[in-house]
Design a binder for this molecule. Structure first.
Ligand code: HXC
Length: 259
């Protein structure tokens, strides 16, 4: 796959793909082409049966410092409506494979929103998360007011969105925004390690389980429970369920094939 502002390795490790944002001089600011490339990459990786887990990262200095302000500066509301760049966040949200964000440095504005669209977040101890849009005379537009609030609660979300303050990796961990903080030299390694734990499981059960957890964000408890139950039954239509339970009984490791 040829891209200009991202690199994509479909087989970074067994069943694991790696996407790296690659506009280092601009702190990986998310210009429109980068977002289109990202959308395409997620589509391709989701369609590739060999890929069971996707890791997305930036570099040590920045995951992404937000949407490209220089590109947005002179846009009108109608320009933005026509461009509809939010499709990329929607595409990431729709991706059936689990996505792990490996974050170091700045994850701001649209960058923070990108991270929050992922399923699991591993951060280096230098990571900084924030929604600084308010300082530009705008507000978050790609989920910042919604996903952040659901993750960290009203008090901290309101403070971050209204003042634009950044929070450290440790604060992000304490508030429930992210999964883990590790030394800077380990954040990608740790993300890949977790991806490997996921990639050996049944891809079918993983897909259904991810869908079910995400359902909790936008349904009532009862609706979510029914959804979960249907997906639970669905697992029993797979060969992987037979293999998983047989392997337990035979005291060996299961080998899941995604059927
Ligand atoms: C365009 C950006 C950028 C951005 C950094 N750069 N962030 N360019 N859009 N979001 C560029 C700078 O202009 C500079 O290029 C280079 O990257 C290095 O940045 P510096 O500012 O010199 O670095 P530093 O002093 O270390 O400060 C880092 C920073 C700061 C704190 C992250 O760059 C910053 O505040 N960036 C903007 C963060 C932000 O407001 N994000 C939200 C954007 S709005 P030059 O060529 O000048 O050297 C948004 C809305 C999303 O995300 C809505 C959904 C679409």
């Amino acid at each position: 796959m040829e891209f200009e502002f991202i690199t994509v390795n479909e087989s970074y490790a067994k069943h694991i793909a790696l996407i790296q944002l690659n506009r280092p001089k601009e702190l990986n600011a998310l210009n429109l082409q980068l977002m289109l490339e990202l959308k395409r990459a997620f589509q391709l990786l989701d369609d590739n049966d060999e890929v069971r887990c996707i890791v997305i990262t930036g570099n040590d200095q920045a995951f992404a410092a937000g949407a490209d302000i220089k590109q947005m500066e002179n846009k009108s509301a109608i320009d933005l409506l026509k461009i509809d760049q939010f499709e990329t966040w929607d595409q990431i949200r729709k991706t059936k494979k689990p996505i792990i964000a490996a974050v170091s440095g700045f994850a701001l504005g649209g960058g923070c929103e990108l991270v929050m669209t992922c399923d699991i977040i591993i951060a280096s101890e230098t990571a900084k998360f924030g929604q600084p849009e308010i300082k530009l005379g705008i507000m978050p537009g790609a989920g910042g007011t919604q996903r952040l609030t659901k993750a960290v609660g009203k008090a901290l979300a309101m403070e971050m969105v209204l003042t634009g303050k950044f929070i450290s990796a440790e604060e992000a961990l304490a508030s429930g925004l992210i999964n883990k903080v590790v030394p800077i030299e380990l954040y990608l390694e740790e993300a890949v390690k977790m991806a490997k734990e996921i990639a050996v499981q049944s891809p079918i059960a993983i897909r259904l389980a991810k869908e079910s957890v995400l359902k909790a964000f936008d349904s009532s408890l009862q609706e979510g429970l029914y959804f979960e139950r249907k997906n639970f039954y669905m697992c029993f239509a797979s060969e992987d369920q037979k293999e998983g339970m047989k392997a337990f009984v035979e005291k060996r490791k299961p080998v899941f094939i995604g059927k």
